[in-house]
Design a protein around this ligand. Sequence first.
Ligand code: PLP
Length: 376
Amino acid sequence: MDFPPLREELRGLEPYGAPQLSLDVAPVQLNVNENPYPPSPAVVAEIASAVAQAASGLNRYPDRELVALREALAGYLGHGVRPEQVWAANGSNEVMLQLLQAFGGPGRTALSFAPTYSMYPEYARDTVTDWVVGAREDDFGLDLDRARALVEEVRPSVVLLPSPNNPTGTALPPAAVTVLCEAVGDGGIVVVDEAYGEFRRAGTPSALELLPRHRNLVVTRTMSKAFALAGARLGYLAADPAVCDAIRVVRLPYHLSAVTQAVALAALRHAPELLGQVDRLREERDACEAWLRGQGLSAAESDANFVLFGTFADRHAVWQGLLDRGVLVRETGPEGWLRVSIGTPDEMMAFRTALTEVLARVARVTPVTPVTRSQG
Ligand SMILES: *Cc1c(COP(=O)(O)O)cnc(C)c1O
């Protein structure tokens, strides 16, 4: 008998996660899509005083229903979203797990389209939900007829659609969300993961606009990326109130600490300031994309705070070459591609300098299909 008596399907698995290297080894960290700008001293002071106030009541359990926080998040989202349509947890990853706990499970299927967020299959596995993954097109968009046919074949109870997608950065048009919501019907939910929603380019709509039309639509967001609050662990969703009520059945009691709630509320009071660097990051992203293409590389059209670029015959060699020069990017996505998060202007300069040196040494591959934006 093996010890510990782990579930069969978990035996021998490594915990998932991007390498966390020290700043000595990798002074330029562009691998987990963090916002490079820390909160200002004024916001830090506000958060600290909110935490001090929460600390004086830490003998009590926190508000289990997150009433004040759900109100503040609804106000932030706009689009007519009401507090009873909002739910929050420790990062949108926990929101996603709760969705699978409530709507997945044995005998049920979760569906996504590759390339997609690498954590989804783990949450499906952990909740004993079957996992089916369809394919995106060469431009990383969805062929809607094929997607609909796959839904009709698989009858998923949960469809997971990151948009803007990770790792490609590409956003889905509203028509794709509508087609999938209609194909899934009342037999399932369609989760549009907008972790990078605030980085969308002008003219790219949010799935929030579609909430009044589809009661099976769930839009998830996070404070980890645009809000520059990855360390606080706060993710949330907007959906039909019945979806929020269903999640309340599976969530752990008092899952969101009083400290987390206080931090998130303080941050939301300073939303404009915390989001103040988003425009800069979007400009830097567009410049990075253009620069990569200027080097003769392919770069996916990004609505996020990162760019997927390639393609390389040996992407690991390029990743290692960059790391040898102190720049940590992410080896992820389809074979031959790498992903770089958008950092400060200095960090992006370091990335460009390092990549130029590395490119002089390594072989590239020309992709079969040039990547262009196919969606309106
Ligand atoms: C970063 C990211 C999240 C956010 O995760 P948190 O748990 O909120 O930090 C969610 N979905 C995708 C696709 C992401 O890339």
